[in-house]
Design a protein around this ligand. Structure first.
Ligand code: HPA
Length: 276
């Protein structure tokens, strides 16, 4: 564990006696879930050692401890993206800190472009697998003591946690899609030729986050599930140009559904049979 993670954990532990085993990372479109959180403590990333500043609109950069639907959770609202110029250690530091804090299960959320022709803007997709197209692996470099060097990626996204997401979808009256998420570094959106290529590679959705965090979480032994909000059809599929404003607006339209899904998920997770 890095010195800055140790200091961040000490600081978080001083904030509250809550010791959640569930961590949530809120990406674009999922921030509204905070309105349902019974907050026990909150702290800006700027006060947590090793947490890089996060700079994209739609991402606040705060850590919360509290209860969601009665279940203790630690919530990362906002994440550091690779395209902002952070290195992979910066992008994944928050996940390593959650692991050091005692989190055992992690739900990652994000906004993504739909590649699968059946997907519509406003759909939600549970990740079954991913393709790392970011050009770099977050585990490259010196290995943290005691953690595996070569990490199995056969089942990054845990079937049991993913099943809870689908149950949360049914409880909310929504049928969730499932599919493969392909991560690019960004920040430009893709070209239509890239999207055609990604479709042939087996991708159902494309985005600029989540994969580094999922890989590091697996190295730390966490169970991982991930949920994409399909905010737009990927480049060339609808013919219209892509913009971050459109992505944020689509996230805003489905924010109540997104919040409901996370609430139902937390409630199901809180049942003794569903967590470790
Ligand atoms: N491409 C990459 N990242 C994204 C997209 C997209 O179309 N939509 C939301 N995040």
């Amino acid at each position: 564990m890095s010195a800055s993670s140790i200091r961040a954990v000490a600081k978080i532990r001083r904030l509250s006696a809550l010791r959640p085993t569930l961590g949530l990372v809120l990406g674009s479109g999922f921030g509204h879930a905070l309105t349902d959180l019974e907050v026990a403590a909150r702290i800006s990333y700027s006060r947590l050692p090793g947490f890089p500043p996060v700079g994209v609109s739609g991402h606040a950069g705060e850590l919360f401890l509290g209860h969601l639907a009665g279940t203790p959770v630690v919530v990362l609202s906002g994440r550091a993206h690779f395209y902002e110029g952070h290195d992979m250690d910066g992008v994944t530091h928050a996940v390593r800190t959650l692991a050091a804090l005692g989190v055992r299960d992690l739900l990652l959320t994000n906004a993504a472009g739909g590649i699968n022709r059946r997907f519509r803007a406003g759909d939600f997709m549970v990740l079954t697998d991913h393709i790392n197209f970011m050009g770099v692996n977050p585990l490259r470099g010196p290995n943290p003591a005691g953690l595996p060097r070569f990490v199995d990626m056969t089942r990054v996204y845990d079937p049991d946690l993913s099943a809870l997401l689908h149950r949360a979808g049914r409880a909310s009256g929504f049928k969730l899609r499932r599919g493969v998420y392909l991560a690019v570094s960004g920040p430009s959106y893709e070209t239509p030729a890239e999207i055609r290529a990604f479709a042939r590679l087996g991708a159902d959705a494309v985005g600029m986050s989540t994969v580094p965090e999922a890989v590091v979480a697996r190295q730390c032994g966490l169970r991982v599930a991930a949920l994409s909000c399909i905010t737009n059809l990927a480049a060339g599929i609808s013919g219209s140009a892509l913009s971050h404003t459109e992505v944020l607006a689509a996230g805003n339209r489905v924010k109540l559904v997104a919040a409901r899904l996370l609430r139902e998920f937390a409630q199901l997770y809180g049942q003794p049979a569903n967590h470790r």
